[in-house]
Design a protein around this ligand. Structure first.
Ligand code: FES
Ligand code: FES
Length: 157
């Protein structure tokens, strides 16, 4: 059985017919074609699927889409474009923070949520904020430097 579900994603409303227990990640990727959120573990353990809900980081792999109908959802695509990147995205580019890149979208969304709450963090606070986002390539220090750079440049939502 499916139900009609309306989601506001990157400022646009979308109505989809989905099973009531469908997780947000699959609606974003499969129904809306937004590949910014990645599937890593499906168990809320890696952070690859992170999106913003009302400016705060949420793991979309364990968030039922049906519970998000009154919320403003932002995916990586909603932050900026290749021609006009968000300052945080630009900082990740400038620091060449990606190795394979698989974790980076979730890292950016987690960092965005963090900087929304704490625009001028110290290095230890950045590390703590990203502690539960996994990177198998071990590019953590470049990621931390990117967030520091963005904070210095005043990157905010
Ligand atoms: S895919 Fe959601 S936390 Fe890993
Ligand atoms: S850059 Fe490869 S998993 Fe982080």
């Amino acid at each position: 059985m499916t139900q009609s579900t309306t989601l506001t994603v990157n400022g646009e409303k979308h109505t989809v017919d989905i099973a009531p227990d469908t997780m947000l990640l699959y609606v974003l990727r499969d129904n809306l074609g937004l590949k910014g959120p990645k599937f890593g573990c499906g168990l809320s353990q890696c952070g690859a699927c992170t999106v913003l809900v009302g400016g705060s980081a949420v793991r979309s792999c364990v968030t039922p889409a049906s519970s998000m109908q009154e919320q403003d959802i932002t995916t990586l695509e909603g932050l900026g474009t290749p021609d006009d990147p968000d300052p945080l995205q630009q900082a990740f580019i400038d620091e060449q923070a990606a190795q394979c890149g698989y974790c980076i979208n979730g890292m950016i969304m987690q960092a965005k949520s963090f900087l929304n709450e704490k625009p001028d963090p110290g290095r230890d606070e950045i590390k703590q904020a990203l502690n539960n986002n996994l990177c198998r390539c071990g590019t953590h220090m470049r990621i931390v430097r990117a967030v520091e750079r963005a904070a210095k440049n005043g990157a905010k939502a």
